[in-house]
Design a protein around this ligand. Sequence first.
Ligand SMILES: [Zn+2]
Length: 404
Amino acid sequence: MLFKSGIGFIVLEMPCSFYERVLKKKEVNGLAAVHLEILKEDSRTRARLGKLHTPHGVIETPVFMPVGTQGTVKTITPEEIKEIGAGIILSNTYHLFLRPGHELIREAGGLHRFMNWDGAILTDSGGFQVFSLGDLRKIKESGVEFRSHIDGSLQFLSPEIATQVQMALGSDIVMAFDECAPYPCTHEYAKDSLERTTRWLKRCKETLTTTDTQALFGIVQGGMYEDLRRQSASEIIELDLPGYAIGGLSVGEPKDLMYEVLDYTVPLLPREKPRYLMGVGSPDALIEGVMRGVDMFDCVLPTRIARNGTAMTRYGKVIVRNAGSAHDFGPIDPSCDCYTCRNYSRAYIRHLIKAEEILGLRLMTIHNLRYLQTLMREIREAIKEDRLPEYRQKCFSDYGYEFD
Ligand SMILES: [Zn+2]
């Protein structure tokens, strides 16, 4: 039974019918499938500490999301992703649309069941990949025609199709089909592109009918132009979505320029909604992004460089495949608690990488992902204890000011 009070609905603890339970859930929460609970806001920076509630678990924020492009975080199992401490991963609409096809994943019961991952999943819309195809794609108002990178076949993605694909995948967070303008680009191009992105976003919103289990995030575009970022933010906020992403950054611009764009863009977004900075995962940019008020990040960087034999550590990058590691029988990072550092030496991992053994790639991936989970946990602790700027300073001096 529900009574309305001055501050919302109060639920009396008494047996209630199914209908009342449904009502209770809707009215008391009154929240989207995915929503952010803000636990603390930093007094000296724009950082926030929070909990992201999703249909597949609660995730502490700020958070880094490992990337599982093809429905797998390359080389490791979902059990290992969990052991690393990640509760949410990202997967790619473009790749899964082309192979194995979203209908097959729907038939399997959705992506969570297909890949045996019961944590949360965010799927990108495919826009970024499609626009990265350059000459192989053609932009129209209806959508984008492109050639598959797999077999060269002609394909088409639109706001409606990208959303329907993500509905079939059953991801917790559905990203809007947007156009990510290249860097550099003219003011005119960036303006046309962001206005199309807004029109496309409205079509994504109309298509998504599963808002009880899936949350659509809009994407702020506008290149490196402040007036356009303002225009984009104000247009998409009007649609009152469960979350907002900042796109079109980390596309080759200098980091200082990215921070400048964040400085004026993040404050335009509603305080109570999650904010996601797309494609950022270097340790320095994670810290700088958090300090500017970002809650969520993703990037292929840690897993990609792991497979090239480069480890991320709090003392800087370690190129394990280099000769310097050949006789080093200590761990990659003595301060790291990951499975790799607890059990294997640099010398052994270097041998595996040189010999092109798959285990080498697995061990490196586990380490790099754990490093970023540890970094994010320490960032959260620093926010909680009001010492984020000091923590930033320590990270930068430990790392040798050579983050990238
Ligand atoms: Zn480690």
